[in-house]
Design a protein around this ligand. Sequence first.
Ligand code: AR6
Length: 231
Amino acid sequence: VNALPGSSSSNEGTNAMRKANEKTENFRLGSADIVHTLAFPSVSTADFQFDLEKASDIIVEKAEEFLPKVGTARLVLVDLSHGSKILSLVKAKASQKNIDSERFFTFVGDITKLRSEGGLHCNVIANATNWRLKPGGGGVNAAIFKAAGPDLETATRVRANTLLPGKAVVVPLPSTCPLLNAEGITHVIHVLGPNMNPNRPDNLSNDYTKGCKTLREAYTSLFEGFLSVVQ
Ligand code: AR6
């Protein structure tokens, strides 16, 4: 089967394709040989208002840099809608490079329901968080903390109380966590990106020299965190 989840055409997401994806996933994950997969949102590009062109360049650059380091593991950029501009940009830019599209691809879905609703098993997910590592706010942070329940906040506190822009923290989920039981997610990696929104802390006021540097650091920390789980 050629229709791996998210590999270009499957993102268009017909039911038939979803079924094909599911079969592929079950086949792959039914064996002892689990395919480590990181699902991550586009850090900083919604609430934090980071430029999409610049962010898409950085995502592709960092994925290209890290793929050779993570063995057979996969990196999947996720967003909620088929109209997602960041997914289109990344897909187009990745296809122009010599990147393995079975190991780096885009996927449409709620990052907290990828296996149950999309048939894509990701054992690690990333969260674009806030500096306090607190539930709520909006976007993907609110969704992940809500789906994981209070377990995630408790498990996060063991690792860190705050996060600097450009940094990430890996949080193993306890066995009671609904995200582990329902979706097979074993780790959440919180990552804090650069902020261009004047109404949020640490606003960089459109300083994209600093912003791009911090976004690169954020993806480096995220992918290194994933590497620590894979190894
Ligand atoms: N599943 C997949 N992708 C999602 C989901 C979801 N459930 N929800 C949002 N996205 P954002 P930021 C996508 O705003 O810009 C929070 O309040 C979204 O479409 O969540 O880094 C935190 O507490 C976009 O592509 O993160 C921080 O204060 C991407 O996730 C602040 O927002 C990131 O959008 C962080 O802002």
